[in-house]
Design a protein around this ligand. Structure first.
Ligand SMILES: Nc1ncnc2c1ncn2[C@@H]1O[C@H](COP(=O)(O)OP(=O)(O)OP(=O)(O)O)[C@@H](O)[C@H]1O
Ligand SMILES: [Mg+2]
Length: 247
């Protein structure tokens, strides 16, 4: 299949002091693709995500979104943050605003939509993530899984070209993980381009086009889930899989 690249990293390097946290990263996420990133703690997964919407700068290499280098500052950077949505482990909702207002806020401030239009769009998205009935509640009145689905609706409200997920289910109680993964599965089916850091191997197997395995700041494997899970080629990946599949 010919890939139409939406996100491309070429020769990307970054240090935190003496720590070489991203080592010569080459990675392509095609339009409509779902790429799952896995790897041991400290391997650079979050840093990788954060470079793609420039929450972290890089020292060398190139990152392009839809064929254009990432903007470095100003309006272009704000635009980038809207085009590449990010969903974190902690949901970061505004506690003193309703669910509806949380989803509408950036539409009004960044996308310059009127309140009515923004609220209409928010209600559509809340419906899509199964929370239409909760629009007027406050975040604290929702479960963790529900709050994370609000965070996803909020990211979608920017009409992003791509979504980055950094361990979106790791702070959730087990019974809430699936409701979030199901929303993500649906987004994948609808053709959203997604880079997902997760240890949910079921999600990787069923939704990912590719699995990227990172260790010590480098991409060690980049293959189909089928190949990766049945025949990982590196000892690092074999070792990692044997550990996480045990529990
Ligand atoms: N702002 C920072 N300053 C200094 N070191 C940092 C900073 N952010 C991350 N690091 C270090 O960079 C390395 C990679 O961190 P990163 O958060 O990208 O790893 P990760 O793969 O996401 O790990 P985890 O699975 O625990 O989330 C770690 O050793 C971390 O301590
Ligand atoms: Mg991380």
């Amino acid at each position: 299949m010919a890939v139409d690249p939406l996100i491309e990293l070429r020769g990307v390097n970054k240090h935190f002091g003496a720590l070489h946290v991203l080592r010569d990263i080459n990675l392509t996420v095609g339009r409509g693709e779902v790429v799952v990133v896995i790897g041991p703690s400290g391997s650079g997964k979050s840093t990788l995500c954060r470079t793609i919407n420039r929450l972290e700068t890089i020292e060398s290499g190139h990152i392009t979104l839809d064929g254009r280098p990432l903007p470095e500052e100003g309006r272009g950077l704000a635009q980038l943050r809207a085009e590449v949505g990010m969903v974190f482990q902690s949901f970061n909702l505004f506690a003193h605003k309703t669910v509806l207002a949380n989803v509408s806020l950036a539409q009004i401030k960044v996308r310059k939509r009127g309140r009515e239009e923004a609220d209409r769009r928010s209600r559509e998205l809340l419906e899509r993530v199964g929370l239409a009935a909760h629009a007027d509640k406050y975040p604290a009145q929702l479960s963790g899984g529900q709050q994370q689905r609000v965070a996803i609706a909020r990211a979608l409200a920017m009409d992003p070209k791509a979504l980055l997920f950094d361990e979106p289910t790791s702070a959730l109680d087990p019974e809430m993980i699936n409701e979030v993964l199901e929303v993500m599965q649906q987004l994948a089916r609808d053709g959203m381009t997604m880079l997902v850091v997760t240890h949910e191997m079921g999600f990787a197997r069923s939704a990912a086009n590719r699995v990227v395995f990172m260790a010590d700041g480098a991409v060690v494997e980049d293959r189909s889930p089928e190949e990766f899970f049945t025949a990982p080629s590196s000892d690092r990946a074999k070792d990692f899989l044997s550990k996480i599949l045990k529990h």
